[in-house]
Design a protein around this ligand. Structure first.
Ligand code: NAP
Ligand code: HSE
Length: 429
């Protein structure tokens, strides 16, 4: 029996969804009893060439043609952005259509409203593709690991910045060229600033942390730093220190005190995250019963993301066959207080330019000593006449203490500029 699908958006991910639906329709029909058929596709530009085998009359610029079609039971949203995607998804749910979305911006910011609307309408809303591309993350956190108290999440969950940092490290490519390649390969968001500035990873962390920690985490509760401050110089120093720079998303729950961040971080070469390259993503999860788990795979791109979308489509077709919906997806919010915690001790990397004069290093050492910060490694390079560049790696120090010291360094007459500050990850246990 055919089940008709309406696709909102037919770009990088949407085209992958059309192709994978057609390629796997037979096996999906065998597994679920329903053969998915893409009946209507909403786009902005009808003249654009698309790498899909669909008749031109399938495409429309009118959302109502898709949303009001009574034959369409499943909506797949791969448009991206908040509006009009939010309005279309809510309208589809209220009309009794099941929805699959790859849109992390929307789930991170309006997840509660969307999940409640789906629950009230008695339909499914599934969003595995919104985090980690092809890697199953939301399903395992919602289902397989439910018997655990999850205490830690740590990983690389943005393919674009991982591609950029990998290219800068391995080929010496400059930032702009690496970003252009990531866009060409279909990894980047429509506005790549959300990748580069860490927002895309922060939104994904909001989704993962809300599920894993059973809390309603808001975007403004995540400390976010992107990779714009990371230069070729930092990448080279990182190598000299036996590390690589990665954009790391991190969440921990210490007895109800949550700490959430997305920051460029130095990862020791011996750490498994150091070897997650290109568009690959990886996520460590620590549960009190399961122990440590690591999920790894392609975090972006057309078919990897379509794979996750189609996994959700298959899940909801199975549900349709059984006459049920996944109420699991409707319980993001439990009563749990979210407190931000900056007290966790971390090692830090700092690169600064200072006046190349006697006594300057002693003054910097004094500021560190006053704050109780012990230095693990110091590199001093002469850059130009009158200016030296100092790189310091500290022993473990709480983020709040490090930040206060950086403020003092910035106002010191000897320090010309603090260029880059990054935490340094310890080797995995
Ligand atoms: P994309 O290549 O820019 O495609 C977006 C599609 O949506 C295009 O076909 C566009 O139409 C259509 N569209 C956008 N706004 C529209 C509007 N107002 N009305 C009608 N059509 C509209 O984006 P993408 O990379 O496929 O990403 C889609 C979603 O998947 C986003 O939420 C993204 O965050 C998420 N995602 C992407 C990846 C990835 O690797 N790219 C991975 C995971 C999740 P036209 O083609 O006519 O312009
Ligand atoms: N822009 C996102 C990334 C797409 O680079 O990871 C996958 O969500």
């Amino acid at each position: 029996m055919n089940v008709y699908v309406g696709l909102l958006g037919c770009g990088t991910v949407g085209q992958g969804v059309v192709n994978l639906t057609q390629k796997r329709a037979g096996i999906i029909a065998d597994m679920t009893g329903y053969r998915p058929v893409v009946k209507r596709v909403l786009v902005r530009d009808l003249a654009k060439r698309r790498d899909v085998d669909l008749n031109s009359e399938v495409f429309t610029r009118d959302a109502d043609v898709v949303l009001a079609d009574p034959e369409i039971q499943v909506i797949v949203e791969t448009m991206g952005g908040i509006e009009p995607a939010r309005t279309y998804i809510l309208a589809a749910l209220r009309r009794g259509k099941h929805v699959v979305t790859a849109n992390k911006d929307l789930i991170a910011l309006h997840g509660v409203e969307i999940l409640e609307t789906a629950r009230d309408a008695g339909v499914d809303i599934l969003f595995e593709a919104s985090v980690g591309g092809a890697i199953p993350l939301i399903g395992p956190l919602q289902d397989n690991l439910t018997a655990n108290e999850v205490t830690d999440l740590k990983g690389i969950i943005n393919g674009t910045t991982n591609y950029i940092l990998t290219q800068m490290t391995e080929t010496g490519m400059d930032f702009a060229q690496a970003l252009a390649e990531a866009q060409e390969l279909g990894y980047a968001e429509a506005n790549p600033a959300s990748d580069v500035d860490g927002l895309d990873a922060a939104r994904k962390l909001v989704i993962l942390a809300s599920i894993a920690f059973h809390a309603h985490v808001r975007l403004d509760e995540v400390r976010v730093e992107g990779i714009r401050t990371v230069t070729a110089q930092d990448v080279a120093y990182a190598k000299e220190l036996g590390t690589v720079v990665k954009l790391v998303a991190s969440g921990s729950d210490r007895g109800g005190k949550l700490s959430l961040s997305v920051r460029p971080t130095l990862i020791p070469q011996g750490h498994p995250l150091a070897h997650v390259s290109g568009s690959y993503n990886a996520l460590f999860v620590r549960g009190d019963a399961a122990g440590d788990l690591m999920f790894f795979g392609r975090g972006a791109g057309s078919l990897p993301t379509a794979s996750a979308v189609m996994g959700d489509v298959i899940s909801l077709l199975r549900n349709m066959r059984l006459g049920v919906t996944s109420s699991r997806n409707h319980r993001l919010v439990l009563d749990k207080q979210v407190q931000m915690d900056d007290s966790e001790p971390l090692r830090h990397y700092l690169r600064m330019s200072v006046s190349d004069q006697p006594g300057v290093f002693a003054e910097i050492a004094r500021l560190f000593a006053v704050a109780g910060i012990s230095m693990e490694t110091v590199l001093q390079k002469r850059v130009t006449a009158g200016t030296a560049e100092i790189v310091v790696v500290t022993h473990e120090i709480p983020v709040e203490v490090m930040n206060e010291t950086i403020d003092r360094l910035r106002t010191s007459s000897h320090v010309q500029q603090v260029h880059c500050v990054m935490p340094v990850e310890a080797l995995a246990e």
